[in-house]
Ligand binder design. Structure first.
Ligand code: RB5
Length: 146
């Protein structure tokens, strides 16, 4: 399994990002942090697009983005062709977003999910594979609109 992950947040997701980064490092993931590096205010689209470009250019296959809700990060990342970013606040959605949607960016919000649920969501998302088959046709149809 490819264990290289890019992670990012804005100021509203900074504290949770630090905790998730430590958790993933303990799980032997090779985590690249693109900021924020403090709780000082930063605009989430800048971080989201940087992570998204690193994924579409092949540097990473998966990323995790954290803001206040996860919503702004997902909207921004999904503007980049080839990105399938999802906001998940539960582990079931996280698993299905991999199995059926082949999501390549996971987003969630520090103002929405607690630390331990966020860790479970990350674990579920990172350890679940895309099922392909009929879902591949549907995922390919998503790209025809980009
Ligand atoms: C920042 O206050 C907040 O708007 C941002 O973190 C995010 O929740 C946007 O969707």
């Amino acid at each position: 399994m490819n264990k290289k992950i890019v992670i990012g947040s804005d100021h509203a997701g900074f504290n949770l990002k630090q905790k998730i980064k430590s958790f993933l490092t303990e799980q032997d993931y090779d985590v690249t942090d693109i900021g924020a590096f403090s709780s000082e205010s930063v605009d989430y689209p800048i971080i989201a697009k940087e992570a998204a470009h690193k994924i579409v250019n092949g540097e990473f296959s998966k990323g995790i983005l954290i803001c206040g809700t996860g919503i702004g990060m997902s909207i921004a990342a999904n503007k980049v062709k080839g990105i399938r970013a999802v906001v998940c606040s539960d582990t079931t959605s996280a698993k299905f977003s991999r199995q059926h949607n082949n999501a390549n960016i996971l987003c969630f919000g520090e103002r929405i999910v607690g630390e331990y649920l966020a860790k479970d969501i990350c674990y579920a998302w990172l350890t679940t594979d895309f099922e392909a088959e009929r879902h591949l046709r549907r995922v390919n149809l998503l790209e025809s609109e980009e």
